[in-house]
Design a binder for this molecule. Sequence first.
Ligand code: HEM
Length: 367
Amino acid sequence: HATYPFHGEHQSGILTPGPSDKQDFTGVVAYDVVSGTSRAGLQDLLKTLTTRGRMLTAGGAFPDLGPSQTPADSDVLGPNVPADGLTVAVGFGATLFDDRFGLAGRKPLKLKEMPPFPNDSLDPAWLHGDLLVQFCANHPDAVHHAMRDVARHTRGAIQPRWKIEGYSSPPRPSGTSRNLLGFKDGTANPTGSLAPDLVWVYDPKEPAWAQGGTYQVVRLIRMLVEFWDRVSINEQETMFGRRRDSGAPLDGTSEFDAPNYKKDPDGNVIPLNSHIRLANPRTHATADQRMIRRSYNYDLGIDLNGNMQAGHIFIAYQQDLERQFETVQRRLINEPLIDYVQPFGGGYFFVPPAARDASDHLGSGLF
Ligand code: HEM
């Protein structure tokens, strides 16, 4: 995909176009609004973000301002900017609805700051934000170019709080891309008409401006990869409940086979505390707890001890943070995998509906 629509009912970059289908590269940037408390100032900022997103995702030539002016573009992508599958999805953090802008009454009903969960070791430098922008594209230079363009046009209005870049593997050798623990990740995502029904907020109790939006969870999860590489394949597979080579559930033969928990009530084949069984017990009562995961790998180099600082940018979309993400997260609290992963940052955000057309801007219903 070379271009994704910028206008419409929902922002692009969430369900693109299939549930585990995503561009190969991402940059996730959380910002704080630093321009004061003016509501008009916030609206100007959202208009600017909309204009930049609209222009960058469409691609094309930037104006030539002449040799004595600061150039309109960095030219990182050359003079004719390709869209390159870029999506720019903007989300709002709970703090945007604090006293500063007088928007408390318009806050999405279920939006709050991400709480710490047991086994988290959260670093304030990697947490929350007034806004979160997720850039996704087919190449890292397109992500860089878009982040730099946004930085340039929003200077003085927003200040980056944290930023992480990620990538997703091509099929190796087939099917869904693999995470850095070597397992296919995204296999059991809801597909077809199920996905929109679990993701988009259409709830009369939510503010009118928020209809068609979605709640986004970002969890920055370090993987202790050196430690993981010393674990037997058998133990790795029982932790997930799937085969590492094919991605098949332990009671199946190919990646997309559905596990049959009714036939295995005691967990002799797929352990009761395996990741997939805890995450989705596949009962009637837990069906509405499913979510769309759209995660990426990150690599931040090495830590002070020379260990690889790499892991998972877990990103999930849902209608209801408590009914979906938090319920599943609570079930996963003591899963065996926790010895090999270390959540350190992220946040909760509300991704509003897209700008309807060229005359509209993101979050216009707030004002
Ligand atoms: C499934 C990895 C964290 C929710 C899976 C699968 C893998 C995986 C390999 C199986 C393939 C698939 O269906 O995608 C990981 C890793 C994590 C992590 C490495 C942390 C580093 C989480 C978290 C949640 C979560 C924090 C939500 C709270 C799910 C769900 C499924 C799943 C809902 C699908 C289960 C099913 O429907 O069968 N995960 N996951 N995962 N994971 Fe995770």
